[in-house]
Each structure stands twice: as structure tokens, then as C-alpha cells.
Design a binder for this molecule. Sequence first.
Ligand code: PRP
Ligand code: URA
Length: 211
Amino acid sequence: MKTEGVTVVDHPLLVHSLTILRKKETGTEEFRRHAGIVSKMLILEATKQLTLEDEHIETPLAPFEGKRLADDVVVVPVLRAGLAMLFALQDFLPSVRVGFVGLERDEETAIAREYYQKLPKIFASHKVLVIDPMLATGGSFDDTLNLLKAKGAKHMVVICIVAAPEGIERVRKHHPEVPIITAAVDEKLNDKAYIVPGLGDFGDRYFGTEL
Ligand code: PRP
Ligand code: URA
């Protein structure tokens, strides 16, 4: 599927790790490890346009004209599954500002309900990374992007691990200026609004809360 504004990262190491995430036999420990690998590769793609500025430093041997990140980055994980991707991002940017949005889908209707929100001040210049592994109906990302726009965000990027065509369509329709970075665009949603073939319930598998 080739859709404007959607980048599917298909690096062989990512595809390998994503297959491990999809396997039903994969246990919590392996799931966490490979979720971290996939998240890092997606983050690299989503942040490749960040700007740098000059920084003069001294190495132990000589002066050096280096670079440091010039952009102010804010990351917003959608609780709870978005935390899996936050941990990966913090390895790159240990002092990144973090805002939280807690959303939980109703099991019957698949409509997301907000139960928590704690955001830093967001300025138009901030580069806001919105992270949640699963883009299913798109309700969670749609609500989160609306909320962040209302708080002043102007530059946002969505990063997810698996996306359904239905969710992509919703997010692209309501937020056409927001790029989507994903590791896969799957076939469809099932009658419970789970992604097929997908990988099951990401939060339950990552946090070990499956029955
Ligand atoms: C899952 C997932 C997304 C959402 C995607 O969260 O982590 O947030 O569903 O579905 P949508 O695109 O249809 O909104 P869930 O509600 O299961 O909560 P959890 O992260 O706490 O497990
Ligand atoms: N949330 C998940 O964790 N998995 C899906 O397939 C859909 C929503």
C-alpha cells in the first residue's frame, strides 16, 4: 500500500523483529526486546529531519566543530502501550520532555475514553512525536492529535508499529499535515476492531497482562 504521508520502514532487521512480535508464541521478555528494536528504528526514521546547530567542543586530542540538536522535542506516548516506545526514545534523548495522554478503548465499541492527561507547555516550534504501537480504528491517535493541536502543537509526527488501513484513513483525513511512520500496514480490522493479522493486544503482551 502506498499512501501519501505514510512511510513504511522496511529495514530487514526491523522486519525480522516485527515477525517475532507477531508470533503468538513470543513471550514477554522477547516481546519487550524486539519492541525496543522496532521502536528505535522507527524513531530514527521519524527524527531524520530534526535540525542541528554547530557546537565547538574539545576532544581529548584537539578542538572539534561538532553539532548538537537544535530542535526542542516533546514526546507524547499514548498510555499504556505507548510507554514501550517511550523507553526506546529515552535511550536517544534522555532529557526529552514527555507528555502523557491516557486512553483506553471500550472492549465493545472500540471507542477510546480519556482517563489521564499531563502535558508540558507546548509551543508552535516544538517537534512533537506522538507514539502508540497500534493504529487500529485511529480513534486514539485522532483524539490525541486534536488535543495536542488545541494545546498549540503545530509540528507533529505519528509513530506506530502496526497500522490498519482504516486507522490510516481516519488520521490522514483529519490531520493530513501529520506524517505517519509505521513498520507495517496490515490488511484490515476484525469485528472487535483488532488489527489482522496484527500482533494481538500490544499492551497486554508487552506488560505481561494477558490471561
Ligand atoms: C490500544 C493501543 C492503542 C489503541 C489503538 O490501546 O495501544 O492505544 O488500542 O486503537 P484505536 O486506533 O482503535 O484507537 P488499549 O485501549 O488497548 O489500551 P492499552 O494501551 O492500555 O492496552
Ligand atoms: N490495540 C491493540 O493492542 N491491538 C490491536 O490489534 C488493536 C488495538
